[in-house]
Design a protein around this ligand. Structure first.
Ligand SMILES: [Zn+2]
Length: 220
């Protein structure tokens, strides 16, 4: 069942990830009446998820039944990349005590900024080796929803320098790389660290006084 608005196409239920927590939205297609509408983005407006059609594609009529299919290659790449950023954040916090101040990801490419005034000699290689070890360790990545108080009883559950959670939240979704890093998070992830497939630390940049930006890349 669909509604069609200026903001996009609204479905009553859908597996499209709307984007958020630094993870870009899914792409895919809607299939209806023997034709397809390519979906090139999504955004959440209030409770509604608006799917953004490709320019010029045919549009279903309001009330039509449609079937959705995700661009699985893109989604899988984003799940791996997102999980890779968690692993990186976990390693840098564990080994250097640094918090995350920002980040961005595209499929198989990402950057993350850390509150890290000094970096020791060989930092890039040491972080890369630690990431490789954590991928090889094949740690489980669990997702659970906990009551707010229980979630905040977990030490360092907010890995960002600023708590970005909306106030008044009753439950918190936790993404737990078991034994390495638990964080409050809304994105999509792979089921274990080996599924990330590897993390190449491409570059360490100085990003203003006291901050470092790490750029990573994942294999195809
Ligand atoms: Zn996440």
């Amino acid at each position: 069942m669909v509604d069609v608005t200026d903001d996009g196409i609204v479905l009553d239920r859908s597996a499209f990830y709307p984007g958020g927590g630094g993870q870009p939205p899914d792409h895919g297609v809607l299939l209806w009446g023997g034709v397809q509408t390519r979906i090139v983005g999504a955004r959440k407006t209030g409770d509604d998820l608006h799917l953004i059609p490709a320019d010029g594609d045919p549009m279903p009529a309001a009330g039509a039944a449609v079937r959705g299919a995700l661009d699985d290659e893109r989604r899988t790449a984003l799940m791996r990349t997102h999980s890779g950023l968690h692993l990186l954040a976990g390693v840098v916090f564990r080994d250097y005590g640094a918090l995350v101040t920002g980040g961005n990801m595209e499929p198989l490419e990402a950057r993350m900024d850390f509150n890290l005034p000094e970096v020791p000699e060989g930092f890039k290689e040491t972080v890369a080796a630690a990431c490789a070890a954590e991928v090889a360790a094949d740690r489980r990545i669990d997702v659970k929803v906990l009551p707010y108080d229980e979630a905040f009883a977990i030490p360092d559950i907010i890995r960002t320098a600023t708590n970005l959670l909306p106030p008044g939240l009753k439950e918190v979704r936790i993404v737990d790389i078991v034994g390495l890093d638990a964080q409050a998070d809304g994105g999509t992830h792979v089921a274990s660290t080996r599924q990330i497939g590897g993390i190449e630390v491409v570059k360490v940049e100085i990003k203003g006084k006291g901050f470092r930006r790490l750029r990573i890349r994942l294999p195809q």
